[in-house]
Design a protein around this ligand. Structure first.
Ligand code: COA
Ligand code: AMP
Length: 644
C-alpha cells in the first residue's frame, strides 16, 4: 500500500477512515458517530459506542477459539523465573482479580492505583480494572513515596494494588514502606490495599486495610466484563510537566482500542500469533500500550520482562529472550542499546543467539542518536525503526509505518507522520514554517483516536498546557523541523522536561525541591548531555550569603533530597554551586538560553540580561559537566560533588 494515499485518506476523509478502522473492533454497540465535540468543545471519538477493553484483550480470543494460545510470557532473570500464560489462563486470573476488587467495593468509574514491579499480576490487575470499568492509574516503581502521594491525592483511588518488593539488578527494593509512607502523606485515604507477597521479601500487613493479594484473589468469584462507553476513561497515567504536579493523562476506552489495533496493523505490521516484545515497564506509556493492551488486542503473545538490558545477568539478555521466544517484533528505548553497546561493543553476546525470528526493531522514548542506530543496524542486520510519540498521544505520531510502506530511513528522523496526525512546525507567532525551519512541533486538531481527551479533573491545565498557545493546534512540547521530503526531525523538548534513560522527568519539579533547601537562594536544573542516558540533570545552585554549611554537605543534601522526593529514577547526582545565574534585569532565570548552550546552538544574548559575562561562565560549567571533567581541585570559581 502506498503511504501517501493512505495518509491523505486519514486526514481528508477522516470520518470515513476512522469509522472503517473502528469496524475492526468487537463493540457491544458499534458507534454511529465517529467524531464529535463535547460540551467543552473538546473532540471525542465514537461517543455512542460501547465496549469493554478487557473483553477485547482477553475474552474475545478465548471466545474465538484461541484460548490455548500463549498470551503472555513472563521472563524474569532477576528471579530466575520463566512462565507462560494462555489466553484462557489470563481470563481466569483477571476475572478473579476483578472479583477481589469488587469485594473491596470497586465498581465502574472508581479509580485504582497500581504500584507494582514488573510481575504479570501488574498487567492482570490493569486488565481487571478495565474489566470492571474501573479506571487504573499505574505508578512507576522507581518513584518515591512523595510522588505516589501526589498521585493518590489527584486520582483518589478506592483501592491500591501493590507488592512487597521489586528487584533492581540484584537489589531487593521494599515497596510496602514506600506505600505506607505515601498513604500517610496523602490527604486522601484509600479504603484498602491488595498486597502481592513475593517470596524474596514478605511484608507486614495492617489488619483491616491491607489484604493479601493471593488469598483475596483465590477467595473471589470471577467477575464479568462491564459495558462502558467509548468515551469513559480506561486509565490515568501521570507524566512530568513543567511543575512539581504531574499531569494526569486520561485515556478513553473506544478511541484507545481502535488506535492500538490500528498501530499494530499499520505501524508495527504485527499479525495475530506474532510474538511482540516491548522491553519497558508498565509504569510508562510504552508499557500500557505495547506490553499490555495493543499486543493482546491484536492476538499476539506479549513478552513481560523483569530485568535490565545489562547485568541481568549479562548484555546478551535481550538476544537470549528473542531467540528463546521467537520474538518477531522488538521495541525498546535507545538508552537500553547504549547500555548494551557499552558492555559489549563487539556484540560478542549477540553472536551466540539466533535472531532469525526477528523482523523489526522499534525504538522510542528519546531521540535515537545516529551512532546507536548505525551500530544496531550493523550488528543485527534488521530494520531499525525510530518512532516519535509521547504519553499524551499513547501511540506513534511520526513513524515509518511498516504495515503500509517501508520508506527509506534518514538518520535522526522518525520518518513521516502517522495516519491521523497532521504535524506542522510553527513559529512563535503561530505561522506555519517552511522546510528545514526549526520551531514548535504541533499537531493540527483533531488528534486521531487514542490521544488524550483531557487531563484528569483539570480541563484548565489541559487547555493551558496544550491548546492555548496556538489555537487549533496541540502543542507537543518538542522542537524540531520538517525537511523538504516531509521527514520530521525532533530536536528535543522546548520546556522544562528532560529525558533520562528514556524516563521523562521535570526539571521544574527538581528546582522546586532544591530551592526548598534552607541554604539555597536560587537554582536552575537543566538537562545536559550524557553518553549513556541521553540527558542527565545538572543543578546550578546559588547559596544564601548567610549559609554556614559546607558546600560538600549541601551538595550531598540536595542529591538526597531529590532522591527522597522524586525517587532514585530522577538520577539527580550533579550539583554545582555557582556565584550567580544568568538572569534578566527583572530577575527571570534564562533557562531557554542555558538549554541553547547545552545544545550548542547559536543564540543571541537576550537584551534584557543583567550581566552577559555570566553566560561564558555557565557555558564552561556545562561543557565540563558534560564530559565529567569538572572537579573541586580544578576550579575554584565553581564547585561540583564527586558523584559525577
Ligand atoms: N523500581 C525501583 N527503582 C528503580 C526502578 C524501579 N522500577 N527503575 C529504576 N530504579 C532506580 C535504579 O535502581 C537506580 O537506582 P540507584 O541510583 O540506586 O542505582 C535509579 O533508579 C536510576 O535508574 P536508571 O536510570 O534506570 O539507571 P540504571 O543504572 O538502573 O539502569 C539502564 C540503566 C540503561 C539499564 C536502564 O535505565 C534501562 O533499562 N533503560 C531502558 C529504558 C526504558 O525502558 N525506558 C522506558 C521507555 S521505552
Ligand atoms: P514520554 O511521554 O515519557 O513518552 O516522553 C515523550 C517525549 O520523549 C517526547 O515529547 C520527546 O521529547 C521524547 N521522545 C520520545 N520518542 C522520541 C523519538 N523517537 N525521538 C525523539 N524524541 C522522542
Amino acid at each position: 500500500m502506498e503511504y501517501n494515499h493512505f495518509y491523505q485518506q486519514s486526514i481528508l476523509t477522516r470520518g470515513k477512515f476512522w469509522g472503517r478502522k473502528a469496524a475492526k473492533i468487537d463493540w457491544y454497540k458499534a458507534p454511529k458517530t465517529v467524531l464529535s465535540l463535547d460540551k467543552h468543545g473538546y473532540y471525542k471519538w465514537y461517543e455512542d459506542g460501547e465496549l469493554n477493553t478487557c473483553y477485547l484483550a482477553v475474552d474475545k480470543h478465548v471466545k474465538d477459539g484461541n484460548g490455548e494460545q500463549i498470551a503472555l510470557i513472563y521472563d524474569s532473570p532477576v528471579t530466575n523465573t520463566k512462565k507462560k500464560f494462555t489466553f484462557s489462563q489470563v481470563k481466569e486470573r483477571v476475572s478473579k482479580i476483578a472479583g477481589a476488587l469488587k469485594n473491596l467495593g470497586v465498581n465502574k468509574g472508581d479509580t485504582v492505583i497500581i504500584y507494582m514491579p514488573m510481575v504479570p499480576d501488574a498487567a492482570f490487575s490493569m486488565l481487571a480494572c478495565a474489566r470492571l470499568g474501573a479506571v487504573h492509574s499505574v505508578v512507576f516503581g522507581g518513584f518515591a513515596p512523595h510522588e505516589l502521594a501526589i498521585r493518590i491525592d489527584d486520582a483518589k483511588p478506592k483501592v491500591i494494588i501493590s507488592a512487597s518488593c521489586g528487584i533492581e539488578f540484584d537489589k531487593v527494593i521494599p515497596y510496602k514502606p514506600f506505600l505506607d509512607k505515601a498513604i500517610s502523606e496523602a490527604e486522601f485515604k484509600p479504603s484498602a490495599s491488595l498486597i502481592l507477597q513475593r517470596e524474596m521479601l514478605i511484608c507486614d500487613l495492617k489488619a483491616g486495610f491491607d489484604f493479601d493479594f493471593e488469598s483475596s484473589v483465590s477467595a473471589a468469584s470471577p467477575a464479568d466484563c462491564v459495558r462502558v462507553k467509548a468515551t469513559d476513561p480506561l486509565y490515568i497515567l501521570y507524566t512530568s510537566g513543567t511543575t512539581g504536579k504531574p499531569k494526569g493523562i486520561v485515556r478513553d476506552n473506544g478511541g484507545h482500542a481502535v488506535a492500538m489495533q490500528f498501530s499494530m496493523d499499520y505501524v508495527y505490521n504485527a499479525k495475530k500469533g506474532d510474538v511482540f516484545w516491548a522491553a519497558s515497564d508498565v509504569g510508562w506509556v510504552v508499557g500500557h500500550s505495547y506490553i499490555v493492551y495493543a499486543p493482546l488486542f491484536a492476538g499476539c503473545t506479549t513478552v513481560f520482562f523483569e530485568g535490565k538490558p545489562v547485568r541481568t545477568p549479562d548484555p546478551g539478555t535481550f538476544w537470549r529472550i528473542i531467540e528463546e521466544n521467537k520474538v518477531n517484533i522488538f521495541f525498546t528505548a535507545p538508552t537500553a542499546f547504549r547500555a548494551i553497546k557499552k558492555e559489549d561493543p563487539e556484540s560478542e553476546y549477540l553472536k551466540k543467539y539466533d535472531l532469525s525470528s526477528l523482523r523489526t526493531i522499534f525504538v522510542a522514548g528519546e531521540r535515537c542518536d545516529p551512532p546507536t542506530l548505525k551500530w544496531l543496524q550493523e550488528i543485527t542486520q534488521k530494520p531499525i525503526i525510530d518512532h516519535w510519540w509521547q504519553t499524551e498521544t499513547g501511540w506513534a505520531i511520526v513513524a515509518n509505518m511498516m504495515g503500509v510502506e517501508q520508506l527509506p530511513v534518514k538518520e535522526g528522523s522518525a520518518t513521516l507522520p502517522v495516519c491521523g496526525f497532521e504535524v506542522h512546525i510553527l513559529d512563535e507567532a503561530g505561522e506555519i514554517l517552511g522546510p528545514n525551519q526549526e520551531g514548535f512541533v504541533c499537531i493540527k486538531e483533531p488528534l486521531p483516536p487514542g490521544c488524550l481527551p483531557t487531563l484528569w479533573n483539570d480541563n484548565k491545565r489541559f487547555e493551558e498546557s496544550y491548546l492555548e498557545k496556538f489555537p487549533g493546534y496541540y502543542l507537543t512540547g518538542d522542537g524540531g523541523y520538517i525537511d523538504p521530503d516531509g521527514y520530521v526531525f525532533i530536536m528535543g523538548r522546548i520546556d522544562d522536561v528532560i529525558n533520562v534513560s528514556g524516563h521523562r522527568l521535570s526539571t521544574g519539579e527538581m528546582e522546586e525541591i532544591v530551592s526548598g533547601h534552607p541554604a539555597v537562594a536560587e537554582c536552575a536544573v537543566i538537562g545536559i548531555e550524557d553518553e549513556l542516558t541521553g540527558q542527565k540533570p545538572l543543578g546550578l545552585v546559588v547559596l544564601k550569603d548567610t549559609t554556614t554549611i559546607s558546600n560538600d554537605e549541601i551538595q550531598k543534601d540536595l542529591v538526597a533530597l531529590v532522591r527522597a522526593q522524586v525517587g532514585a529514577v530522577a538520577a539527580f547526582r550533579t550539583v554545582v554551586i555557582v556565584k550567580r545565574l544568568p538572569k534578566t534585569r527583572s530577575g527571570k532565570i534564562l533557562r531557554k538560553t542555558m538549554r541553547m548552550i547545552v545544545d550548542d546552538v547559536p543564540f543571541t544574548v537576550p537584551s534584557t540580561i543583567d550581566d552577559p559575562a555570566i553566560l561564558e561562565e555557565i557555558r564552561e560549567i556545562i561543557m565540563l559537566s558534560q564530559i565529567g571533567k569538572i572537579s573541586k581541585k580544578q576550579n575554584l570559581k565553581y564547585y561540583i560533588n564527586d558523584e559525577n
